[in-house]
Design a protein around this ligand. Structure first.
Ligand SMILES: [Fe+2]
Length: 288
């Protein structure tokens, strides 16, 4: 006897006894909700699809359990299906009939009116999550190579010092937000944070530089496995970072020569949100 039968039988038995006592000739329809829950467990990323609209759900190229033992399957499934997917669906809904409807995601962020808080929050969340999931890979980690490795050593002292500074920044981030590694136009690296679902691409934040890597520091991204141990979560992240992807991003633009009169660039920066604070949407509130 399979699990479905075990779940159905108690309900059917109850229905038959009732009929005998009251001499009713009525068929009782038993809801099958518990079986749906059983069948949904162990789904795949490819099972999911965004609602109709201009934006598709990022196609996660590996199963939820592929980053074990570093990132657990349950968190990955919840993060992708219950956080990213609702943000994509919400974005598809809020851009309808607006100037954003025909724009690519990057273009929405670069041309954003900050008072469009629903577009701002959902577009930022989708961009940031896509970037985060694209930065992960099974059997990844290790250390970067080539010009990115040289830049990390030059700007942070060593790879280990970079990890320490990145994780420390994640620990110190107040509330929910994101930690980013950015490159300026000269190829110099720095670590920044953005609050809520703000993105470095957003017009109005005044952030310059090209995003290379980001870490989701909303509690839904780590609390099931790491609870309050945010530093451990940030350090573990580097066991699943797809450095090939990060190197590709760093190599995708030409670096200008640093003018001789320029003083050294700072290696970290706290970004203040200068314009009207975005109000989290219902989806964002549920996300934590
Ligand atoms: Fe997230």
């Amino acid at each position: 006897m399979n699990k479905k039968n075990l779940l159905i039988l108690p309900f059917l038995a109850s229905a038959v006894v009732s009929c005998k006592k009251d001499t009713l000739v009525e068929v009782v329809d038993v809801p099958a909700t518990p079986i749906v829950a059983v069948d949904q467990k162990g789904g795949k990323p490819s099972d999911l699809k965004a609602t109709e609209g201009p934006f598709q759900l990022y196609a996660l190229p590996f199963d939820y359990n592929a980053l074990e033992p570093h990132f657990d399957a349950t968190t990955m499934e919840l993060h992708y299906s219950k956080h990213l997917l609702p943000f994509v669906n919400a974005l598809n809904k809020v851009v309808i009939g607006t100037k954003y409807e025909v724009l690519e995601l990057d273009a929405i962020l670069k041309n954003l009116n900050f008072s469009d808080t629903e577009v701002r929050n959902n577009a930022g969340a989708v961009y940031n999550h896509n970037f985060f999931f694209e930065s992960l890979a099974p059997k990844a980690g290790g250390q970067p190579e080539g010009e990115l490795s040289e830049a990390i050593t030059r700007d942070f002292g060593s790879y280990d010092d970079f990890i320490r500074q990145f994780s420390e920044t994640a620990v110190k981030l107040n509330g929910s937000g994101w930690v980013w590694l950015l490159s300026d136009k000269y190829g110099r690296l720095r670590i920044i944070t953005t609050p809520n679902n703000e993105s470095p691409l957003m017009k109005g934040l005044g952030i310059t530089g090209t995003p290379l890597l980001n870490l989701d520091v909303w509690e839904h991204a780590y609390y099931l496995k790491f609870q309050n141990r945010r530093r451990e979560y940030a350090n573990t992240f580097f066991s699943v970072v797809n450095w090939d992807k990060v190197e590709e991003r760093y190599g995708a633009f030409s670096k200008m020569a640093v003018p001789k009169y320029q003083s050294p660039a700072p290696t970290s920066e706290t970004i203040e949100v200068p314009v009207e604070q975005a109000k989290p949407t219902e989806e964002a509130t549920k996300s934590e």
